[in-house]
Write a protein that binds this ligand. Structure first.
Ligand SMILES: NC(=O)c1ccc[n+]([C@@H]2O[C@H](COP(=O)([O-])OP(=O)(O)OC[C@H]3O[C@@H](n4cnc5c(N)ncnc54)[C@H](OP(=O)(O)O)[C@@H]3O)[C@@H](O)[C@H]2O)c1
Length: 323
């Protein structure tokens, strides 16, 4: 609900009237986006492109970071033709020197970084006992460590400017660790905690952070490839969302300084509330909603990997019980 409008229900009005809310209305300096600068990682595809488009449409300068230089260049050209000032900076977020270059180049060109969207991410749904150790390190590195390091590098510039907003792209997997997604879920949960830390430590400085937790997006990105891989989508009880809804949420989160946004159709939210107050029951519901689908994803990949080496599709025979 925009500032200035009042909730209809008593609990909403109480929140409206809280000192915190009033404080945020005049303190948070990121309501104004036009002419400011956003750095978006993972901007060569999926959600990152939608977010860059949406921030560009708000009049922000956008710095596009990802590994695929060609895709970044053509996307920067496309944004340029639409009147957006866009700078492509090819970056592997696992490389600290590349992150330093990204910050230096952005600040050199635009003076500061007002908004940092830590969006680059990879997923590794796979049977855990056979998950490659390198894949674990890479998942945590790209999804979590890189976000912390890049924020650390951008922070002195935000402090100097007296304003800044960090948006961390987590997932519903960060709110409830998914079966078959051990490293992914852990990295996304880490982003939730990291965001809370930033909000606590920098409160009152003009710098804040939001964490976004989307469900699977049904119009591009990681989930599109998962769907193609197994030939079917998520069951209705798991819910889904769209990359455009995520892009809109990024803008809302920055403008209104929202700590955390869950972006998914309703079924996920009650399960999360339930798991907070009754963990065993909540976990049972979440498992029922998602484990079968995720198992299909994980084992279809495992089968492909084993087929590649001409082996049996059985998982070493160590799994006794199905999910
Ligand atoms: N789509 C969904 O259903 C969904 C749901 C919940 C959360 N999320 C999260 O949303 C974010 C974006 O997901 P998406 O679906 O848009 O994925 P995507 O289409 O696969 O795009 C991932 C982006 O991350 C970049 N990237 C990957 N590794 C990188 C690296 N080492 N260095 C720099 N960039 C790297 C990729 O660019 P290059 O390959 O060019 O480097 C690409 O631009 C991720 O953090 C994901 O976990 C997605």
């Amino acid at each position: 609900m925009p500032f200035g409008r009042r909730h209809q229900n008593p609990i909403g009005r109480l929140i409206d009237d809280s000192r915190y809310q009033k404080e945020m209305e005049y303190r948070h300096p990121m309501k104004q986006l036009t002419g400011r600068t956003a750095v978006i990682t993972g901007a060569s595809a999926g959600i990152g492109q939608r977010v860059a488009r949406a921030l560009g449409a708000e009049g922000m300068n956008v710095v596009l970071a990802a590994r695929s230089a060609d895709k970044l260049d053509s996307f920067a050209n496309e944004l340029g033709q639409a009147g957006v000032t866009a700078l492509a900076v090819p970056t592997d977020v696992e490389d600290t020197a590349a992150l330093e270059h990204l910050v230096a180049h952005s600040v050199g060109r635009f003076g500061t970084i007002d908004v940092l969207v830590n969006n680059a991410g990879i997923e590794t749904y796979y049977p855990f006992e056979e998950l490659d150790v390198g894949a674990i390190v890479q998942t945590i590195g790209v999804n979590l460590t890189a976000a912390i390091i890049l924020t650390r590098l951008a922070m002195p510039h935000m402090l100097e400017a007296g304003r800044g907003h960090v948006v961390n792209m987590s997932s519903t997997a960060g709110k409830f660790g998914p079966a078959y997604g051990a490293a992914y879920g852990a990295s996304k949960a880490g982003l939730v905690a990291f965001t809370e830390t930033l909000r606590g430590e920098f409160h009152g400085t003009g710098i804040s952070a939001s964490v976004l937790c989307p469900g699977f997006t049904n119009d591009g990105g990681i989930y599109e490839r998962i769907k193609q891989g197994i030939g079917k989508g998520t069951p209705p009880q798991m819910g889904a969302t769209s990359a455009d809804a995520v892009a809109r949420a990024v803008i809302k989160a920055i403008r209104r300084d929202i700590p955390e946004m869950l972006i998914n159709v309703p079924p996920m939210r009650p399960a999360l509330v339930l798991s907070a107050i009754a963990p065993r029951l909540g976990q049972w519901c979440a498992r029922k909603a998602s484990a079968r689908f995720l198992k299909k994803v994980a084992f279809s990949r495992h089968k492909v990997d084993l087929d590649d080496v001409g082996a049996s599709v059985r998982l070493n025979g160590v799994r006794k019980k199905s999910a």
